[in-house]
Design a protein. Structure first.
Length: 263
């Protein structure tokens, strides 16, 4: 067998494993040896919703209104916006919500990871919830995200990121939606079998005692969520904890985002 044929055969086998073999194995594992949640605790924890923002004036007001509309009692929910040196009026918009209990942590520009670590250090909640400034939560999303913590084995919970349909985005929007539909099904099977691989930054949560400082040069949502697995707890997927975002404006923008994530 020639070297070229070996390479082609191996490449085809790897592609078949990625697209068919791995999902099939996950499906079988989830069905044959499931690990259902055992929610034995009546959970009413103090929750900190942490939002890192850099020049998010166009969306931060809607985000805070959306978070406040989730219906969690004010004594249970702390909303903390960590502003990474914003200069477009983001801080002023957040200060306008101070009367509703929203806290602003105004920081110098240092990047998201340093901002996130400072936000965690200033948070008071037993459960830390992370969400992007441009991710709008569906009704009941926070309660759905918190419910699995009633199982003592659960250390972190991944929410469900969805894209709203944008006519201008066209095929780009459809491609992103198809990608996340596939990822959502994989997360469902992974979670049923034990733990999901990781969470998305649009919406996820972790017990405070499991949250480690994020080192520079990593993907923060992956590092934070997998810390629960590294410390012997489960990372489960909450399908009803939905966060909705607009798709990337172009294929080039989405390619650039994925390159940054993989790097």
């Amino acid at each position: 067998m020639s070297f070229a044929l070996v390479v082609v055969t191996a490449s085809g086998a790897l592609l078949a494993w990625t697209l068919l073999g791995f999902p099939l194995l996950l499906c079988l594992r989830a069905r044959l040896r499931p690990r259902p949640l055992r929610c034995t605790l009546l959970l009413r924890p103090r929750v900190s919703l942490l939002i890192c923002a850099y020049d998010e004036a166009s969306s931060i007001g809607r985000k805070l209104e959306n978070a406040l509309a989730q219906g969690l009692p004010r004594e249970r929910l702390e909303i903390l916006v960590a502003s990474d040196g914003s200069s477009d009026g983001t801080d002023e918009i957040v200060r306008g919500f101070a009367g509703q209990g929203v806290r602003l942590l105004a920081l110098p520009r240092r990047g998201k990871i340093a901002t996130l670590n400072d936000a965690v250090a200033h948070a008071a909640g037993e459960i830390l919830v992370f969400s992007d400034a441009n991710s709008m939560l569906a009704p009941g999303a926070l309660e759905a995200l918190l419910a699995p913590f009633g199982d003592p084995e659960v250390g972190a919970v991944a929410g469900d990121q969805r894209y709203r349909r944008e006519r201008a985005a066209g095929e780009q929007s459809d491609a992103e939606r198809l990608y996340w539909d596939s990822d959502r099904q994989l997360k469902h099977w992974q979670s049923a079998a034990g733990s999901a691989t990781s969470a998305t930054g649009a919406l996820h949560a972790i017990r405070r005692e499991l949250c480690l400082p994020v080192p520079p040069g990593v993907t923060d949502d992956f590092f934070v969520s997998t810390a629960a697995i590294c410390r012997g707890r489960r990372l489960v997927f909450a399908a009803d904890a939905v966060a909705i975002e607009a798709p990337a404006a172009s294929s080039r923008a989405e390619l650039g985002r994925k390159q940054r994530v993989m790097t």
